[in-house]
Every structure is written in C-alpha cells, then in structure tokens.
Design a protein around this ligand. Structure first.
Ligand SMILES: Nc1ncnc2c1ncn2[C@@H]1O[C@H](COP(=O)(O)OP(=O)(O)OP(=O)(O)O)[C@@H](O)[C@H]1O
Length: 364
C-alpha cells in the first residue's frame, strides 16, 4: 500500500521516511530513508534529505518523483534535498589531508585507456556534484597534462611546503608531468618512483576534495603494489579491454588489490564496442561478453562498457575530455552512469568515518 501524507498536518519524520522509502533507485538500498543521516529533522520541523555520495542525477530523479506524487494527488512534503559526501574508512591508515576518499584506477596492461577513464570518471564525479581531485601517479608516462590541456603549467606554492594543485575543467590536478620533463620521468627506478609518488600525494594542498581519483601506472608489479600500500585507498576500479589477453591480465590486477586488502569496486570495459563515426552502428570488434563473464566469475561488478569512438580520443588528446567538452553526448552519459555507480557503491560498501579525522595528515 502506498504511504501518502496527511494534507492538513505537518508530517512527522517517520511518515516522511516511509513515504521516501517508496522511491527506489539503483544507487539506493531498500529502506534507505531509515539509514542514519539520510533524512533528518531540524528543531523548526523542516525535513532535509542528504545523500552521502555524489548524487546530482539521483537528486534530480527524486525531485521528479516527488513532483509526480503531487500530480497524483498526494500531499508530497517540501523537502530540502542535497548531498554531502562522507569520508569512508580506508584500511587502518589515516586519511590524506584535504581528501575524503581515494579511488585508484588501474590496469594490468598499458594502453587500455586507463588515463582516459580516470579523467572522464573524475569529470563525471564532478558533474554529479562532487569536488574532485585527480592525481597522475603514472610516473613513467604522465599523460594528465595533455589530457587536461595543462601542459607546460607548474604548480605554485603558497606556504612554501605544499604545492597548489592545477585547476582544469573544475578538477584539482597534480602530475609528475608538471614537475619534471618527460624524458627524466622515464628513467626513474623503484624507490625513487615511490618517493616521488608519496610526495605528490602528501605534499599537494588538496582543497577538501570529496574524491581523489588516482591514475595508477599500468601493471601489477612491485611498484604498483607499493603505491597501493602507501596511502589510504578507499577502493579500486580496474580498466580492461574485451580482448582475452587484457582480461586475463585484469584478473591479475584484481588479485593484486586483494593481496593488499584494497576493495575492488568493479571493472570498466573500455573500447567495449566500436561506434562508427559515419553511421553510428555499434560493432563489438573485440568480441562480446568477456568482461561480463570475468566480472561474474570474480564476484565483481561490471561498472561500465565504454565504446571505442573517435571523438573520445580526439577530445582527450586535445585537452578537452568528452565529459567536459560534450556533457550532453551519448559518451558522457556512459561516464556519468559510471560515476553514479562508483560513488554509490563506494558508500554502500564502505564505512563512514567522522569528518574531523580527515584533518589528520599522513605521518602526523
Ligand atoms: N574509449 C575510447 N575510444 C577511443 N579512443 C580511446 C578510448 N579510450 C582510450 N582511447 C585512446 O587510446 C589511447 C590510450 O589511452 P590511455 O592513454 O588512456 O591509455 P592508458 O591505459 O592510460 O595508457 P598507459 O598505459 O600509457 O598509461 C589514447 O590515445 C586515448 O585517446
């Protein structure tokens, strides 16, 4: 039976929660309105809904649903609806100063589109209403400066100790590519690379970002393992392509994170199918169903299937990633849905920590 609200009296909190629980969405769990902090009432009686993850799309849908109830004759309540991203527990490590959640994007193999995915995911999280940082940890081949159109810029410092991230398309970014010429980065070996990475993470003045997306170096070796262990990773996303070999490698990537107890949120299948730029035909040139099979076999979620399309490449290579330059496009929709899944699944699988803990710096 649908729970409506009494027209003539101010509805009480429990009735409003029961009413809201009738709104279902893939980013929510059953009985979501009863979860702590989601629906609260101020002393004045005003009721507020607050989602603890990036949720602009979800908020729009909830508002639409409430409007439809009004049309259907229900006296839907006046609610303030907003989002405030919660910091989540990441292993036993203290959170990085100015960062609530760290999402690492990794791939077992080079060239599968890990950086393209990282950048568009970061932009999509921003489009979902979050404040987002992006860190290029690909110390051997930093591509962020080109992808964000920030090549040649260098971080400044305000306090003589930390670097100010470089802002581009609304993201706060840092990359080894801003600090050293390309040819120098290439020759770095293990410990040096590790140190450079740690400096990038801890010596950037992250301005209270909800999510820090970290573009990891490709591979599943010692370097990747040590990077993943060095800082508080909330969860990992593994990028793969549909080819069998890349899939077999992706399994290694998942196993690596399991070793260091980093939860893997799921797999993004990049270049999943080809969209013809002439006629829009969808063609699964690398085969079909591989990532889905792998995800199911390993109990992982297939977070997104991103098409191979010339405009995704042209946009990012020109420093104007698709989600920023063509926010209404079919491709951006794929990334926006990915961000919605990543943000909500991160929250539901995680454990919120008190906000003030995020003020602690690593090593303090
Ligand atoms: N879905 C896509 N459609 C079209 N082109 C793509 C797509 N994804 C990535 N590319 C292109 O493929 C190339 C490699 O992508 P990218 O640099 O993101 O891969 P990577 O896995 O990060 O590589 P590396 O291992 O060098 O870090 C780039 O030129 C990029 O523009």
């Amino acid at each position: 039976m649908f729970i409506g609200l009494n027209k003539n009296s101010k509805p009480d909190l429990n009735t409003v929660k029961a009413f809201l629980n009738q709104f279902t969405h893939s980013s929510l769990v059953e009985g979501w309105a009863d979860k702590q902090g989601f629906v609260t009432q101020a002393k004045s009686g005003d009721i507020t809904v607050t989602f603890p993850f990036a949720s602009a799309g979800l908020i729009e849908e909830l508002r639409g649903w409430i409007e439809r109830q009004k049309v259907a004759g229900e006296d839907a309540p006046e609610l303030a609806i907003s989002q405030k991203v919660a910091p989540l527990k990441a292993s036993e490590k203290p959170l990085i100063k100015g960062v609530k959640n760290v999402i690492v994007v990794s791939s077992a193999k080079g060239g599968v589109g890990k950086s393209t995915t990282s950048v568009n995911l970061a932009l999509a999280l921003r489009a979902q209403g979050a404040k987002v940082g992006i860190l290029d940890a690909d110390i051997y081949g930093p591509s962020l400066p080109i992808m964000l159109g920030t090549k040649g810029r260098q971080p400044t410092t305000l306090d003589g100790k930390t670097m100010e991230p470089i802002e581009a398309h609304g993201l706060f970014s840092n990359s080894i590519g801003y600090l050293v010429p390309d040819e120098n980065a290439m020759v770095w070996r293990g410990p040096m690379a590790s140190k450079a990475f740690s400096q990038l993470v801890n010596e950037t003045h992250w301005p209270d970002v909800d999510y820090l997306v970290v573009d990891m170096p490709p591979g599943t070796g010692d370097i990747q393992l040590s990077l993943a262990q060095q800082f508080p990773v909330t969860a990992a996303v593994v990028v793969t392509t549909p080819q069998d070999l890349a899939l077999a490698d992706a399994i290694k990537g998942v196993a690596m994170f399991e070793k260091v107890a980093v939860p893997v949120l799921g797999v993004v299948e990049n270049m999943s199918y080809h969209i013809c730029s002439q006629c829009g035909h969808h063609e699964p040139i690398f085969g079909q169903g591989g990532a889905e099979k792998m995800a199911t076999e390993h109990g992982l979620s297939l977070l997104a299937q991103v098409p191979l399309h010339i405009s995704i490449r042209e946009d990012i290579d020109a420093g104007a990633p698709t989600v920023a330059s063509k926010p209404e496009s079919e491709h951006s929709e794929v990334y926006l849905a990915l961000a919605e899944k990543v943000a909500s699944q991160l929250f539901w699988r995680g454990e919120p920590v008190a906000e003030q803990i995020s003020i602690t710096t690593l090593g303090e």
